[in-house]
Design a protein around this ligand. Structure first.
Ligand code: BG6
Length: 487
C-alpha cells in the first residue's frame, strides 16, 4: 500500500491508526507492506517514529501494544519524492519490487491518494505512465483510493473521472466517503433489508417526512482556507449527507453486491430535487461568536485563513423531494452545520398519524406521530417513539420510546470507518465506495445551487455558535407545520 501524502494530517490522524488497529485485530493480510511517499526527507526509522506517535495520539485503542507495534512497524517504509518527478516514481517502483521480494506482496498495489485534491490528476497520471504501470498480470491487482473532495463541481468531477479512467478501470477506482465506513451507516441497510417489518411501511403512504441532521460542535479547526472554498455544501452535503439520504431512500437491491447497491443509490440521487414550490427551500447560515460546551469560541470570520467579509456558509438546510413512486410528495429535510449546540448525526423517519382517531378529541390531541430515529453518532442506536396508555382509569395517551443502544447491546468496540474501508479495498469490495456516476449525480444536484449563489448572492444568516442554527431553518420547516427535532 503506497500512501501519497504520507506527511499529511489524514495519514497520521486516520490511516496509520486504522492500519495499526487492523494489524492488532489480525485483519491485515499476512503479506502486506506500507510505503509512505511524500516530499519531505525522512528515513524509514523517523517515519516509523512519527507513525508511533500518531497511533498513540489518535488510535481508538489508546494503549499501544508494544509487541504488535514491533511487528507492525516493520511493515512501514518511507520514500521521498516529488509528485511531478518521473524519476521519483521509477525509484518508487524499484523500492516496491524490493518490497515484493521481502514481504511477498506479489505485485499487488494499493495506491492511497491522501494529498490535497489538486495533486490527484498528476499522481494518477504518473502511476499510469511511469514504470509503475509495468506491474500487470492476471495474478496481481492495482487499486487506487481517492479521497474527497472528488471535484469541486459537476464539470470538474466529470473531468477528473475522464482523466482517471485513462489510467484505471472503474473497478480499480475506490472513491472514499468515510461516512459509508461507519458501522451505524451500514446498519441503515441492515435495519431496512434484514427485517421484514420496516420495508412495507417505508414509503409515502406511511411516512410523512424524513429529517436528516449532521450537526457538529467543532468549527473549522485550522482548515479555514480550505473551508473558504468549500463551505458546508461541498464539505459535508454533497458527500456525507447525500450518502445518508441515498441509503435511506433507495430501493432494495436485487443482491448485496457493489454495483447492485450503487445502482439503486444513483437512482435516488438522480430523482432528487429542491422543492421549488417552497419559498425558502434552502437556508444558508454562518456562525458568529458564542459558547460551545461552556467554552467561548470565535465566529467564522475570525477564524484563521477566513476572509473578514467571507460569505461562505457553515450551515445549510434544504427541503428536498424525490421524484419517484415511493417518495412522491414526502419531504426530506436535511441540515448540516458547524459550531452547533452539539455533535449529532441522525436520520429520523416521521410517520403519519393514524388514518382515523378513535379517541376523544382531548385524547387525540395528545397523540404524536411515530418516529423511528437512527442515530449515527455519537450515541449510536435506534429508537422508536409510539403512544402508550398512561396507567389509570382515564384515557390518556403518552408518547414513550423504545430504545436500542449499540454500546449496551454489543460489548464490542466498533472499528473506525477507515479500518473497514481500507480492508474492503484490500479485499476488492467496492460496495462502500462511490461510483463515478454516483459522484456525478450528487454534484448534478448541488452544482446549480452554488452556481446560483454566485449569480444571485443569497442572504447568509448569522447564527450564534452553540445554538441550534439559523432561525430561517426553523421557519423553513415550520412553514410546513412541522418542526426540527431538537439538537
Ligand atoms: C469531513 C469534513 O469529511 O468530515 C470535516 O471535511 C468534518 O469538516 C468531518 O468535520 C466529520 O466527520 P465525522 O466522522 O467526525 O462525523
Amino acid at each position: 500500500m503506497v500512501i501519497f501524502g504520507a506527511s499529511g494530517d489524514l495519514t497520521h490522524r486516520k490511516l496509520i491508526p486504522a492500519l495499526y488497529n487492523l494489524a492488532k485485530d489480525n485483519l491485515l493480510p499476512p503479506n502486506f507492506a506500507i510505503i509512505g511517499f511524500a516530499r519531505r526527507a525522512k528515513t524509514d526509522e523517523s517515519f516509523r517514529q512519527e507513525c508511533y506517535e500518531s497511533v498513540v495520539a489518535h488510535s481508538r485503542s489508546k494503549l499501544i501494544d508494544e509487541e504488535i507495534w514491533s511487528t507492525f512497524s516493520k511493515l512501514l517504509h518511507y520514500h521521498q519524492g516529488n509528485y511531478d518527478n518521473n524519476a521519483d516514481y521509477d525509484a518508487l517502483n524499484e523500492r516496491l519490487s524490493a518490497i515484493d521480494s521481502g514481504h511477498g506482496t506479489q505485485g499487488n498495489r494499493l495506491y492511497y491518494l491522501s494529498t490535497p485534491p489538486e495533486a490527484y490528476t498528476l499522481i494518477t497520471e504518473k502511476i499510469g505512465t511511469t514504470s509503475l504501470t509495468q506491474v500487470k498480470s492476471d495474478k496481481c491487482w492495482t487499486r487506487v483510493i481517492i479521497e474527497k473532495p472528488f471535484g469541486r463541481d459537476l464539470a470538474s468531477a466529470r473531468a477528473l473521472n475522464t482523466h482517471v479512467h485513462k489510467f484505471f478501470t472503474e473497478d480499480q477506482i475506490y472513491r472514499i466517503d468515510h461516512y459509508l465506513g461507519k458501522e451505524t451507516v451500514q446498519n441503515i441497510l441492515v435495519l431496512r433489508f434484514a427485517n421484514g417489518i420496516f420495508e412495507p411501511i417505508w414509503d409515502r403512504r406511511y411516512i410523512d417526512h424524513v429529517q436528516i441532521t449532521v450537526a457538529e460542535a467543532i468549527g473549522v479547526e485550522g482548515r479555514g482556507s480550505y473551508y473558504e472554498s468549500a463551505g458546508v455544501i461541498r464539505d459535508m452535503v454533497q458527500n456525507h449527507v447525500m450518502q445518508l439520504l441515498a441509503l435511506t431512500a433507495m430501493e432494495p437491491p436485487a443482491e448485496f453486491e457493489a454495483d447492485a447497491v450503487r445502482n439503486e443509490k444513483v437512482k435516488v440521487l438522480k430523482a432528487l430535487r429542491l422543492d421549488s414550490s417552497h419559498p425558502e427551500a434552502l437556508v444558508r447560515g454562518q456562525y458568529s461568536p458564542g459558547k460551545v460546551n461552556g467554552q467561548l469560541v470565535v465566529g467564522y470570520t475570525q477564524e484563521e485563513g477566513v476572509a473578514q467579509d467571507s460569505n461562505t456558509e457553515t450551515y445549510l438546510a434544504m427541503k428536498l423531494l424525490i421524484d419517484n413512486w415511493r417518495w412522491a410528495g414526502v419531504p426530506f429535510y436535511v441540515r448540516s452545520g458547524k459550531r452547533l449546540k452539539r455533535r449529532l448525526t441522525e436520520i429520523a423517519i416521521h410517520f403519519r398519524l393514524p388514518p382515523r382517531m378513535l379517541f376523544s378529541e382531548h385524547t387525540a390531541q395528545q397523540i404524536e406521530p411515530n418516529v423511528l430515529v437512527m442515530t449515527i453518532q455519537p450515541d449510536e442506536g435506534i429508537s422508536l417513539k409510539f403512544g402508550a396508555k398512561r396507567p389509570g382509569t382515564g384515557e390518556q395517551v403518552q408518547p414513550v420510546v423504545m430504545d436500542f443502544q449499540y454500546g449496551d447491546a454489543f460489548n464490542i468496540a466498533a472499528p473506525e470507518a477507515y479500518e473497514r474501508l481500507i480492508l474492503d479495498c484490500v479485499l476488492g469490495d467496492s460496495t462502500l465506495f462511490t461510483r463515478s456516476d454516483e459522484v456525478e449525480a450528487a454534484w448534478s444536484l448541488i452544482t446549480p445551487i452554488f452556481e446560483d449563489w454566485v449569480k444571485n448572492p443569497t442572504f447568509i444568516e448569522q447564527y450564534r455558535a452553540g445554538s441550534a442554527g439559523p432561525k430561517g431553518a426553523a421557519d423553513m420547516i415550520s412553514g410546513d407545520e412541522r418542526q426540527w427535532r431538537s439538537l
